[in-house]
Design a protein around this ligand. Structure first.
Ligand code: NAP
Ligand code: GCO
Length: 267
């Protein structure tokens, strides 16, 4: 059987995108919906879930929202069971929910470090573990972990985040190793610097109206010479969620406008 564009079609697939109320998660979920998938998402409280439901409705997408903290294993197991009963077996999991704490390492408490590891690394383990048994039974599954530039690079103030996203890259390779034989593909997307509420503090104009120094730094460090937009992640997400990537496993697809390829502007 030769290649067909139908391999990109997600019709009949159910996708759980964690934390997908706005930002990167919302955009990825919307792109999967445009490719035909049914969307399920969760967030921490009912108000956020309601906000998500109205964002999807405004985009013309029917989505199912659940209240669930992804760090709570019991709650996640319960949510996945509920999704299976109410919507169906999850074919595609996108581990998107994440937090960052920008605190210089010597001022960061062990508790703050743990909090970041808990959401950005422990939770993808917890949610993947919850969806894997049904994927194995069904004979296929796609897990996409949202990694980061900080899966490869460090920078001042983000010790917990870099440790978690570096760990998430290796969790991706481990899930690939352990479940490849069950026809499950686990890959990562490593977004570059994307304009979302998470990065808003790094883009805020200065009081004199000039650009934030970090904003200038990122634009000069990116060969594409701009911040990414959430929709830059749509095509890569559809690819990794679809049958078009069935032999792509344990890979991190960096969508960064070229940052990781670039040594930086010559002085
Ligand atoms: P965001 O705007 O902060 O969205 C993350 C969402 O996850 C928020 O809605 C947040 O809820 C939710 N969340 C946090 N903790 C949760 C928990 N325990 N249980 C359930 N939901 C939880 O972030 P984003 O910029 O769209 O980023 C999404 C993902 O991409 C993250 O993993 C981030 O690390 C990664 N990423 C972002 C960039 C970037 O440049 N923006 C680049 C690379 C990677 P609240 O609304 O309550 O905060
Ligand atoms: C930071 C940023 C980054 C990005 C992203 C890069 O403070 O350096 O928030 O960590 O959000 O993850 O890929």
């Amino acid at each position: 059987m030769g290649f067909s564009m139908d391999q990109f079609n997600l019709k009949g697939k159910i996708a759980l995108v964690t934390g997908a109320v706005y930002g990167i998660g919302f955009e990825i979920a919307s792109s999967l919906a445009k490719a035909g998938a049914t969307i399920v998402f969760n967030n921490l409280d009912q108000a956020s879930v309601n906000k998500g439901l109205s964002n999807y409705e405004a985009a013309g997408i029917k989505a199912f929202g659940y209240v669930c903290d992804v760090t709570d294993e019991e709650a996640v197991q319960k949510m996945v069971k509920q999704i299976e009963d109410e919507v169906g077996v999850i074919d595609i999991l996108v581990n998107n929910a994440g937090i960052i704490k920008r605190i210089p390492m010597l001022e960061m408490s062990a508790g703050e470090f743990r909090e970041v590891i808990d959401v950005d690394l422990n939770a993808p383990f917890i949610v993947s573990k919850a969806v894997l048994p049904s994927m194995i039974k069904k004979g296929h599954g796609k897990i996409i972990n949202i990694c980061s530039m900080m899966s490869e690079l460090g920078r001042e103030t983000v010790a917990g985040y870099a440790a978690a996203k570096g760990g998430l890259k290796m969790l991706t390779k481990n899930i690939c190793s352990e479940f490849g034989e069950a026809n499950i593909q686990c890959n990562g997307i490593g977004p570059g610097y994307i304009a979302t509420p998470q990065t808003a503090p790094l883009r805020e104009p200065q009081s004199d109206g000039s650009r934030h120094p970090f904003d200038q730094f990122i634009v000069s460090k990116t060969p594409a010479a701009r911040w990414g937009e959430p929709e830059d992640l749509a095509g890569p997400a559809i690819f990794l969620a679809s049958d078009a990537s069935n032999f792509v496993n344990g890979h991190i697809l960096y969508v960064d406008g070229g940052i990781l390829a670039y040594i930086g502007k010559q002085p």
